[in-house]
Each structure stands twice: as C-alpha cells, then as structure tokens.
Design a protein. Structure first.
Lengths: 243, 276
C-alpha cells in the first residue's frame, strides 16, 4: 500500500510545553485516518505540521516521500497544491463571494476563464449538496455554519487534491448537519479516492468515517487501530476516553 | 520566597522586553527583505494593488485635506502673532511653505495615514490570521507576503507622496486664507513669499526645488514604514479579537515612532547632501 503521509519521530514543543513527544503515524493511499484526543492534545498541530505551516523541533514529515519540514518554502508551496484543508472555522475569505472562495485556487494558479471556473465551482457545490444558484453570489457572512463548512470542503476539493485534511469538520454543528458532513467525507473517499486525515474529538463521527483511529494524549499516540481494536483495548486511558 | 520570586521576575522583565524587541526587529527585517524580493519577481497582484491604492490613497484624501488646511491656517495664525511685532508679516507665506513642504506635510500626512490606513491594515490582516484565512492562503500554495503585503506596500509607496503633495498645497492655501482674511496681505505677496521659500535652498537638475525633493523622498520612506509595520503586526497577531486590537494599536504606535525618528535622520542626510 502506498504511503501518503509518514510522521517519523516528530517532536515539537512551544517553550517549556511539549506538544508532540516523538510521534509516529502513517497514512496510506485512499485511507481515512481520524486523529482523536482531548482539547489541547496537539491534534490540530499534527495537521499544521503536515501542511508545513509549522516546523517540528525534530523528526521527519514525509508527504508522498518529500520532507515538509526541510524543504525550501517554494517547494512547500508547490507540495501544498496536492493537498486540501478544511479549517475548523471554515476560514473562508470574508471579502470574497462563494464563487470566488471556491474558485480561488483556479483563479490563482490556472489560466481558466471565469465562466469555466464558475462551471467547475457550480459542479463542486452540487457535490457538497449546495444549490449553486442560491449560494454562488453570497458572502461567507450570509451562510449558516453547516453551509460554510460545505463551501470550505468544496474549496479544498477544487484542485482535485489527493490528500484532504479536516480540522474538526463537525464541531459546533447540529447532529443532522454533522451526519451530512460525515457522509460527504465518506462520499469523497469512495467516489474520488481521496486520502483523508480528520482531526476530531467527536467519537461518533470518527467511528462513522475512519478506517483507522489514532488517539493523542500528552504528546504521544497512545492508541492506533480500527474501531473494533479501540473498543476491545484494555488501555485505561482509551477506556476512559470511550466512556 | 514569594517576594524573591517576584524580584526575580522584575529583574528578568527588561531582558524579556529586549528579547522581544530583538525578535520584532529580526522579523521586521525578514518581512522587508521578502517584500523587496517579491517586488522584482513574479507573480504580481496588480488587481489587489489597485484595490489597496483606492482604500489607502483615495480613502485618506478626506483626512489629509482637513489636516493640511488646518495646519496651514494654524501656522499662519501662530507665526503672525510673533511676526507682527517685527513688522514681518509679509514673510508668513515663506514660513508656512518652508515648514510644510520640508517637515509638516510629509510627517503629518504619514501620521494620519498610519492612524487611518495602517491600523486598518493591521486589523484586517490580524483578523485574517486569527480566523486562519492566512493559513488557508498558504495551504492553497499562495504566498501571503506576495498576496497581502506587497500590494499594500506598493499602494503606500504610491499614495504617500501624492497625499503629501495634497497636504502641502492645501496647507499653503490654508495659510493664504488666513494671510488674506485676517492679516490683510495680498495673495500675490503671500505667494511670492511661498515661492521664495521653495527657491531658498536652490534647485536640483536646474528646475526642481531641493525642498520639494526632500518633501517627496520622505513620504516614500514613510509609506514603506507604514505598510511594513502594519503588515508585520497584522501577520503576527495572536490571541483572538483582543490580539487584533492590540496589533492595530501596536502598529500605529510603532510606525509613528519610526516615522518621527526616520524623519530626523533623513533631514540630517538631506541637509548634509543637498544643502550644506
């Protein structure tokens, strides 16, 4: 199986606080891995490291075999074009419409015409269950929380990345919208063959979408395995987390 | 023990401040270097630059007009009080023009733009930072320095000299208003005095008054200071909405101090190079 992401002995601290204490994690092609953990466990930091937004104090972060932590900035920008990220708060650009937000990558990096981009954006909005005619011209402030998340997913997908990273995709959403987002993540994995890393503390959601789960606690990955492995383990921290 | 711990933290305090200041200087210099490099390499964001030029330049015309007008009027009024004693009110135009074109025009314009546009830039970029919009840009393979900093930098470089010319003209006209209405001078006499002031320090390349050169090089430097300082504090915002407010405040304070200090050194250089 092709390894898309490899974290090897990644160590990171902010001042005296150790955030990641030499963790190892592998994500294979077309796999969905959920990174679980309590608040402040360093889950979002893992995503930021994979994206090369921060550098580890030690260890390697390989994305398709290339080290994100040691590559020059221009190469990192290039490598990020294979990735899409859905931020916790959606991180849509306030001053741009949904069309400009979702089509941002294409406006920036391709010579496609505005109408071609609009067609592509409309098609993607339908994939994320939004009506393009209703939302294309709206600003992010005019969207509900669930719609913002779905627009963020569409934006992350516009350049057809092979790797999607989700930071708490269902936080703050009602159960129905949460299920819609979960179904969307599954649909993207099955229909488009996207590899996904999902950071969440929502266990129910994680069990629904994950092929494998990794549990972070105090800078270490204390558990890694499938849902059934997790339910059967006798590790006291995992039992407490599940309870 | 508690008292000793408190004393230790007080003793460490200046060291921490110096370390923080050194970090800011280093980060500021890095941002400046990346901005200058980005000016001469692709991609360029012309559309974003025009939007910023409109926001920073056109948007500041109102406050700059008012600043220039009242500065010129106050200068004329204050100098009239002293000059009347010596029967030298005919030199009011000279005083207003010299002080405005050389110093007050560039400095006051820069301070006003720093307060209005600089704080806006820092707050906007700060909000983008805390809502992860800058991270989102980076994840889409876009360099935030090129996309966000350079358009604002170029806009400030273009806008500041133009706004300074507006301030200078309006201040001289404000002085004219007071000279004619309150002091009974003729417009011709006042304007001749203004011309003498501008010609006083000689010309560069035969036609360009040295004072005018000084008055237009300074705003270029001030524009760079305003843009870089605002972007530096904005891009490094931490701590949510409180951090955004702090970034805007810090940006205005730092750029104001830098503008005033740089003005002194630039004046020294100009005097040494062009006047002495």
């Amino acid at each position: 199986m092709t390894r898309i992401i490899e974290l090897c002995g990644v160590y990171l601290s902010f001042g005296d606080r150790v955030v990641l204490n030499g963790i190892n994690l592998v994500v294979n092609d077309r796999e969905t891995v959920c990174v679980l953990g309590g608040s402040g466990a360093g889950k979002s930091t893992v995503l930021r490291l994979i994206l090369g937004l921060i550098k580890p104090d030690a260890g390697e972060i390989l994305v398709k075999g290339r080290d994100m932590s040691r590559s020059p900035y221009a190469d990192i920008l290039e490598m990020r074009r294979d990735m899409g990220m859905v931020f916790q708060g959606a991180a849509l650009f306030d001053s741009l419409t949904v069309l400009d937000n979702v089509g941002f990558y294409l406006f920036e990096h391709t010579d496609m015409s505005e109408s071609e981009i609009a067609d592509r954006v409309a098609a993607l909005l339908e994939v994320v269950d939004l009506n393009p005619n209703d939302v294309m011209t709206l600003l992010p402030s005019e969207l509900s929380g669930g719609m913002r998340k779905r627009v963020a997913v569409a934006r992350a997908l516009i350049h057809e990345p092979c790797l999607l990273l989700y930071d708490e995709p269902t936080s703050g959403l009602d159960p129905i919208t949460t299920r819609t987002i979960d179904d969307l993540i599954l649909k993207l994995q099955h229909e488009l063959g996207v590899t996904s890393v999902v950071v969440t503390h929502d266990l129910e959601s994680a069990f629904r979408i994950a092929d494998r789960l990794a549990l972070l606690s105090e800078g270490d990955i204390v558990f890694e395995g499938t849902e059934s492995d997790m339910r059967e383990t006798q590790d006291p921290y995992v039992r407490e987390f599940l309870a | 023990m508690k008292i000793l711990g408190g004393l230790a933290s007080v003793a460490l305090y200046p060291a921490d401040r110096i370390r923080l200041l050194a970090w800011h200087v280093q980060a500021y210099a890095q941002l400046g270097g990346r901005t200058l490099f980005g000016l001469v390499t692709r991609p360029f964001y012309a559309r974003d630059t025009i939007v910023q030029l409109d926001s920073i330049g056109v948007g500041s015309i109102g406050i700059v007009l008012l600043t220039g007008l009242f500065t010129g009027m106050v200068l004329a009024l204050q100098s009239a009080v002293e000059m009347e004693r010596f029967g030298a009110t005919i030199y009011i135009g000279r005083l207003v023009a010299a002080s405005t074109v050389r110093e007050l025009g560039p400095v006051l314009t820069a301070l006003m733009v720093s307060g209005r546009a600089g704080s806006g830039i820092a707050a906007e970029l700060g909000a983008m930072r805390v809502t992860e919009q800058i991270d989102a840009l980076q994840t889409m393979g876009v360099d935030p320095v090129r996309k966000l900093v350079i358009p604002r930098f170029v806009a400030c470089l273009i806008a500041l000299p133009l706004l300074t010319i507006v301030t200078d003209i309006v201040a001289i006209l404000g002085g004219l208003l007071i000279a004619v209405v309150k002091l009974g001078l003729t417009p011709e006499l006042y304007m001749r005095s203004v011309y003498e002031a501008l010609a006083h320090n000689g010309y560069l390349l035969t036609y360009i008054p040295v004072d005018f050169v000084m008055g237009l090089v300074k705003p270029l430097v001030f524009g760079a200071i305003i843009a870089l300082t605002a972007c530096h504090f904005g891009m490094r915002t931490e701590g949510g909405t409180e951090g955004v407010g702090r970034a805007a405040t810090d940006s205005v304070v730092a750029s104001s101090i830098l503008i005033l200090a740089t003005d002194y050194f630039l004046t020294q250089i100009f005097i040494a190079l062009l006047i002495e």
